[in-house]
Design a protein around this ligand. Structure first.
Ligand code: GLU
Length: 507
């Protein structure tokens, strides 16, 4: 059996959104499971839509996720060049071959003539289609004599090359996900395969390259399914083997209604791009998962489960595990809803399993960015917080009290829980805290409990009063651990000063 070779073939028209990354990943998983290769091919035949930096963006995004291509623009390979704009001569040759064999033809219709046809059809409440029914009434090399055509070509009259779609054929796309999808060629038009600007269209370039690059499986987004009968007809015209197809389900908005777009991300406050993208024209910045603080492994895991699942309850997989269990047949047919909350959940799962040393280092960097320099033991903070947040950057926002004396106190908790006797309780505890044998969570807790017993004070009321005084909040990890981490001096300082501040808030 020949080697499995797949390709990811993006057009560099802007940043690849998560859907593109998922396509690249599924191609990678599919190939690697079968010991095959994945190729990165840049499909830049539409020069008018070319965006500077888009190609580099794709490579950087995929590399950030933790995988790479075996061949491509960035690393070469035996089937290059891997950029379509550098393969023009190849396409000219194949386009010419189809013309010579009568399977394609020159079309000299001007944009104005085509527009007139469209308007004419609209008046009759139909749509103009350049196909086997209409091609005989157009200005093309089927209608014109050989001499006339030759003359127009010599005069350099602009032309396109159209594929002559034969009617009455049943074209079957045998899709690995969808099964057999049938198309009637009479409903298809004569697509342009070569444009007047001297470049091929996507259709011709795509199939010529897939053939020459020995692509065995074409795995791409559902939006390309309608193009696949044309691709099959082109393969047949050349007499080439047809690769196997798989069309991946669309990524849908969180509501499930419609395709996921950048606008959904902006409105919902979540990125739809793997890494940040800055538009060089407008200066607009589109958020990226990387910059939002997602771990690459978590992002990869999110992508993998968008439309595929292994059929078990398990959801956490690294790349190696994914390669082992990925099965294209288990990819769903219907659109996959993008769930930003679930995305956060994945990151939380990864964060909670990270080594504390690494989290501590990340906290340090995060604090430095905020110009906060602290002497507290960040390893200990990591232990206390890693199960409680989805991102390291949230440690500061949800537990500032580790690094700063609180100056604000949760108003709602103060209103509900801070009672007349609260400051007395906290003050009474100062002596207890001062005299614990060692300022460690266990000893502090013992002292606290003994004092409560002696004074016959309720645990809940004493705890919330103390917590508000030390942290300014009503929740968080064990208060005794917090006290140990911020240290004796700082804890006592807060117990001395803050009850008054909270009292002031009540009045
Ligand atoms: N250039 C197409 C794109 O931008 C590739 C489609 C395909 O994979 O055939 O998605």
């Amino acid at each position: 059996m020949s080697k499995t070779r797949v390709r990811y073939a993006p057009s560099p028209t802007g940043p690849q959104h998560v859907g593109g990354i998922r396509t690249a990943l599924y191609n990678y998983l599919f190939a690697k499971k079968l010991g095959g290769d994945i190729i990165l091919r840049i499909e830049d035949t539409d020069q008018s839509r070319f965006v500077e930096g888009a190609e580099e963006y794709i490579i950087e995004s995929v590399n950030w996720c933790g995988f790479d291509f075996d061949e491509g623009v960035h690393k070469g390979g035996a089937y290059g060049p891997y950029k379509q704009s550098e393969r023009k001569d190849i396409y000219i040759k194949y386009s010419q071959q189809l013309i010579n064999e009568g399977k394609a033809y020159y079309a000299f219709d001007t944009p104005e003539e085509l527009k007139a046809k469209r308007i004419e059809a609209e008046v009759e409440k139909s749509t103009f289609k350049y196909d086997y029914l209409t091609r005989g009434s157009m200005r093309n090399s089927i209608v014109l004599s050989a001499d006339e055509t030759q003359k127009l070509l010599e005069d350099k009259v602009p032309y396109t090359v159209r594929f002559k779609m034969e009617p009455g054929q049943n074209i079957i796309v045998d899709d690995m996900i969808r099964g057999k999808v049938r198309f009637n060629s009479s409903e298809l038009d004569d697509k342009i395969i070569f444009k007047s600007d001297g470049m091929p269209t996507y259709h011709l370039a795509n199939i010529v390259d897939d053939h020459l690059m020995k692509i065995s499986h074409v795995i791409r987004g559902e939006e390309w399914l309608p193009s696949s009968p044309l691709h099959i007809a082109l393969y047949q015209s050349f007499g080439w083997d047809i690769p196997k197809f798989a069309h991946l389900p669309l990524l849908l908005k969180p509501t499930g209604k419609g395709k996921l777009s950048k606008r959904d991300g902006d409105a919902g406050g979540f990125p739809v791009f793997p890494i940040e993208w800055k538009d060089s024209q407008t200066g607009d910045v589109s958020k990226g998962y990387r910059e939002e603080g997602y771990y690459p492994g978590a992002f990869l895991n999110i992508m993998a489960l968008l439309g595929w699942n292994p059929g078990t309850e398990e959801e956490i997989f690294n790349l190696k595990e994914l390669v082992e269990i990925f099965d294209i047949k288990k990819v769903g047919k219907s659109g996959a809803k993008f769930d930003p909350d679930k995305a956060r959940w994945f990151n939380q799962q990864y964060l909670s399993k990270m080594p504390n040393e690494e989290i501590a280092e990340e906290i340090k960097l995060d604090l430095e960015k905020r110009e906060i320099f602290t002497s507290v033991d960040l390893f200990a903070v990591a232990v206390q917080m890693k199960e409680r947040v989805a991102f390291v950057k949230d440690i500061y926002s949800s537990a500032k009290y580790f690094f700063e004396t609180p100056t604000e106190f949760d108003a709602k908790i103060v209103r509900k829980k801070w009672k007349d006797q609260s400051s007395q309780i906290v003050k009474g505890l100062i002596e207890v805290f001062e005299s614990v044998k060692e300022f460690k969570a266990d000893f502090i807790e013992d002292g606290f409990k003994k004092y409560l017993n002696e004074k016959e004070l309720g645990f809940g009321a004493a705890m919330i009063s103390l917590r508000l005084s030390i942290t300014g909040t009503g929740g968080g990890p064990s208060l005794f651990n917090i006290a140990e981490i911020i240290g004796k001096q700082e804890t006592l300082k807060r117990m001395r000063e803050n009850p008054e501040r909270i009292n002031d808030l009540k009045t």
